[in-house]
Design a protein around this ligand. Structure first.
Ligand SMILES: [Zn+2]
Length: 466
């Protein structure tokens, strides 16, 4: 895009923006992740997660450890930390302590009011769905293109407590459905690349999706924009076409580091006619192409996944493709997709690796998905339940299983943002008869902050310190 045409682009933008997507009036400053200044606390740790089994793939750690957190960061991971050094200690024994989960295929461009659109009603607000399943970082998979990315940013990204990153759609209008996503003329390299450069680190890749034609154009333009922007491309390969076979995509068109999502859909010849993994996918993986689950409502079948896993073709990253349509089908949430890999025999350590460190690394956010000392304290505390469970695929076929992950606790930047069974809370009977707000804003991101931007009160604070 040349400078002289920028004004024109501005006009086009205004002209192209549907009524429902005109930017909302200026809002109050985003409340979410901006830490409020707190009076300093003398304890070495704000929060101590005691005795949990830590799984940190980046550091090759899978063992019982204490995790100390201070000022929103991991301060210590040791076999023993003294609770006296902590403002708050949480007993995590019998639980798994992992980096906050990273889901790189979600749809969260909600709130535009556009019906039947991923840039609208089919998307969901991340804060309503992510903390409760241990997910602290998501990457939106192409709901917005360069024409509506700024709207998406101010409407959802800037206001969410969940860390929201994004693949920008090569289609300027993003995933507005129907004709929009088939319009080759709206797949423009230059404005897409310049939006990536404007939002380096926030836009983590380029998405191409849902294309029904026989041309390679969407993939080629996405790769071109990704090359200029120095980010990976994520491909939903749309309708299968003999003119553009999967093998050619992953062995020739994509670059190492580019991501093929919906790997177990079976919709584009992921298994060859003899029932074996497409030789092109094996070759593509050797070249460094990444394979991602992207379960969704129609992209995960047991009859594809099970034989592929048996042949060793396992996912680099586990992701949901969660949206309003998929999350009440066979796919429920991130933990449900992880459970499916446990059910197929993958070890918990490997499931966690593919839901934390691997996806963070794929989107070039190596500071995420790990629990090194100094890393941001995004943490999931999970319980592995044993019992009788069933997991359902895109065709409504069930696999019986005996394990299920439950999210007990989620920390975002060192603050408790979800606590299923009140592990961080005091027994009400231990409190004064007239008790009011419990907790302490050094570690508590719920009480006093939920549903309001008002500063959290310190509360009584003393009886629940351990
Ligand atoms: Zn998707």
């Amino acid at each position: 895009m040349q400078v002289r045409s920028l004004a024109l682009v501005g006009l086009l933008l205004i002209a192209a923006a549907p009524q429902s997507q005109t930017p909302a009036p200026a809002q109050q400053p985003a409340p979410s992740t901006t830490p409020r200044p707190l009076p300093p606390d003398p304890h070495k740790y704000d929060l101590l997660l005691q005795g949990g089994h830590v799984i940190d793939a980046h550091n090759n750690l899978s063992a019982v450890r204490d995790v100390g957190i201070k000022d929103g960061k991991v301060a210590a991971v040791e076999t023993h930390l003294d609770p006296k050094d902590a403002l708050k200690t949480i007993d995590a024994s019998g639980l798994y302590v992992t980096p906050g989960l990273v889901d790189i295929h979600v749809h969260v461009y909600a709130g535009t009011g556009e019906a039947r659109s991923y840039a609208g009603d089919l998307s969901l607000y991340p804060d309503g769905f992510m903390p409760r399943v241990g997910v602290t970082t998501v990457a939106d998979a192409g709901c917005a293109g360069w024409r509506n990315f700024e709207d998406f940013k101010q409407r959802v990204i800037d206001r969410s407590r969940t860390r929201v990153l994004a693949f920008i759609n090569i289609v300027g209008n993003g995933m507005r459905g129907g004709a929009y996503e088939q319009d080759l003329n709206d797949m423009q390299v230059e404005p897409t690349a310049s939006m990536i450069k404007q939002h380096k680190g926030l836009i983590v890749g380029v998405k191409t999706a849902h294309y029904a034609g026989p041309e390679w154009t969407p993939v080629e333009r996405a790769v071109e924009a990704g090359t200029i922007g120095d980010v990976p491309v994520m491909v939903d390969f749309g309708t299968n076409h003999a003119e553009r076979p999967l093998a050619e995509l992953v062995t020739k068109k994509l670059r190492p580091g580019d991501i093929y999502t919906h790997m177990y859909s079976g919709l584009r010849g992921e298994l060859d006619p003899t029932g074996h993994v497409n030789a092109g996918m094996i070759e593509g993986r050797k070249r460094g192409v990444i394979f991602d689950v992207g379960h969704g409502g129609g992209s995960f079948a047991w009859r594809i996944a099970v034989p592929a896993m048996k042949e060793g073709f396992i996912p680099d990253s586990i992701s949901t493709d969660i949206h309003v349509g998929s999350m009440n089908s066979g796919m429920k949430d991130m933990l449900n997709v992880m459970d499916k890999f446990l059910a197929m025999g993958m070890s918990l350590d490997e499931v966690i690796r593919r839901s934390t460190w691997n996806p963070a690394h794929e989107i070039k956010h190596d500071e995420l998905g790990q629990l090194s000392v100094g890393a941001g304290a995004d943490v999931a505390v999970l319980r592995l339940e044993r019992g009788k469970y069933g997991y359902v695929d895109m065709f409504g076929a069930r696999m019986n299983a005996t394990q299920k992950l439950i999210c007990e606790l989620t920390l975002r930047d060192g603050k408790v943002v979800y606590d299923l069974n009140g592990l961080s809370r005091p027994d009400w009977k231990s409190l004064p008869p007239d008790y009011k707000t419990t907790g302490n804003p050094h570690w508590d991101g719920i009480v006093g902050s939920a549903g309001s931007n008002a500063p959290a009160t310190t509360g009584t604070g003393t009886t629940n310190r351990r």
